[in-house]
Design a protein around this ligand. Structure first.
Ligand SMILES: Nc1ncnc2c1ncn2[C@@H]1O[C@H](COP(=O)(O)OP(=O)(O)O)[C@@H](O)[C@H]1O
Ligand SMILES: [Mg+2]
Length: 307
């Protein structure tokens, strides 16, 4: 193969076009990180907060947007950029960024339990909240934690009103007491809940992940996808018609755009066309997996809030 054969692909991805159909389909469906304009701005913001010198009131950030907009992806990428490091000399682990899960129920003790888990030190869950709290505090200091991230903060909305108030208190404590920036990620509902607390509203800067719309950014996203998908012919995805169709099918939600593009790329391999064009999006049954996907996520949210 002459690598310049696949001039429509980025050089590093050209050799993939030579793989078998099955291998290429597996590659298309594999999990990957793609730098998008908004994700990049969010990462720059996080980087900036991480380098913030300790002071009494550390700035906090709420990364919010609809389910599937890429919040968790951004956090995972940031964690990969700042991994925990085990120091053989001291025998201690340094963990610049800690990302914790939301507990199944927004109970104070469980929040600290999850934080201990994230620090790699699951404690006796029978301990009282105040005790877990102080263990967390000293561990974080010892491990050189400079940022705490809590994803899926909207899970607090499954709690009773009282639990939600208590949970907001916990967040306030974490934001005030730990002297590290606190990053919360969640849906727009979480943003509303967090901002009902005036103190938190004052501390948190909000970063909204906006849905994709009919503009150059969307063209950029589609173009970067087709520059890495191992198809053998050049695709044509820069027309306004393609943008409109993609938005119609996905409502501008990141995960749906990725799934849609993966679907049409896989189709292009199956049907031998080897490229994505406006026609790729006109197949009748294309809508079905997307619609069922949307229903599925609504259902799972429902299940959660019914708990
Ligand atoms: N920057 C990105 N690069 C690659 N895939 C992404 C990116 N952002 C979102 N995705 C796709 O969308 C899916 C949902 O993203 P996720 O971060 O879980 O959304 P959220 O946490 O906002 O609900 C991911 O599993 C991935 O397939
Ligand atoms: Mg998420």
């Amino acid at each position: 193969m002459v690598l310049s054969d696949y001039a429509h692909l980025l050089p590093a991805y050209r050799s993939h076009a030579e793989l078998s159909d099955n291998e290429r389909i597996a590659w298309i469906r594999a999990d990957r990180w793609l730098e998008t304009a908004q994700a990049n701005s969010a990462l720059i913001r996080l980087e900036d907060l991480l380098s913030y010198p300790p002071r009494d009131r550390m700035p906090c950030l709420l990364l919010y947007g609809d389910t599937g907009m890429g919040k968790t992806k951004i956090i995972r990428k940031f964690l990969r950029n700042h991994p925990a490091i085990f120091d053989r000399g001291t025998g201690e682990t340094v963990m610049p960024v800690v990302a914790m899960q939301m507990p199944a129920e927004p109970l104070e003790r469980d929040v600290y339990g999850e934080l201990l888990n994230a620090l790699g030190a699951p404690g006796p869950s029978s301990d009282a909240a105040f005790r877990l709290k102080s263990v967390c505090r000293s561990l974080m200091r010892r491990m050189g934690v400079r940022m705490l991230v809590i994803d899926e903060i909207h899970a607090m909305l499954t709690g009773t009103f009282r639990q939600q108030r208590i949970f907001l208190n916990v967040i306030r404590f974490l934001a005030n007491d730990l002297k590290v920036p606190l990053i919360c990620a969640g849906t727009d509902l979480a943003q509303q809940a967090l901002l009902t607390d005036p103190q938190l509203a004052e501390r948190f800067e909000a970063f909204h992940l906006e849905r994709w719309s009919n503009n150059q950014r969307l063209t950029q996203l589609l173009s970067s996808l087709v520059s890495i998908f191992p198809l053998r012919q050049p695709s044509a995805v820069t027309s306004p018609a393609v943008r409109r169709r993609v938005l119609e099918l996905t409502d501008g939600v990141t995960v749906r755009i990725f799934r849609l593009m993966e679907t049409v790329a896989t189709d292009a391999i199956h049907n031998g066309s080897e490229c994505i064009t406006a026609d790729s999006f006109s197949r009748e049954d294309l809508v079905l997996p997307l619609v069922s996907m949307a229903r599925h996520s609504e259902r799972s949210l429902h299940r959660r809030s019914a708990r």
